[in-house]
Design a protein around this ligand. Sequence first.
Ligand code: FEO
Length: 133
Amino acid sequence: MIRWKEDFSVNDETIDGQHKKLITMLNELGDAMQRGQGRKILDKILNELVSYTQSHFAYEERAMRACGYPGYDEHKMKHEKMTQKVLEIMGELKSGSANITPEVRIFLENWLNKHILGSDKSYAPYLGRRAAV
Ligand code: FEO
């Protein structure tokens, strides 16, 4: 389970709120897995998580462009790689060749942790400048 901590903040209320929601959704997935919920429920939570992640990425990319963040291309590429990876996982789950395992959840959790604390934090000073203009 991930817990929100101030270190995650990118000093933007909307994006922090989106990251908090992603953490909550990921924790819900972990919780449902621990409680042994059925595949249908897990699929539903995972689908919502993926869909929310995609809209978060789109929002964040618009914000990065709006403030002229120089690392935009690299950051967008990380979003695209993650989206691709998650779609691969979803494809495997759909075809029945894989299950939502703890490894899938841990992969998502590690990625989110690393991405917010690394890549997302890097644009934070630029968002501040945008707000000051
Ligand atoms: Fe908050 Fe770059 O994802």
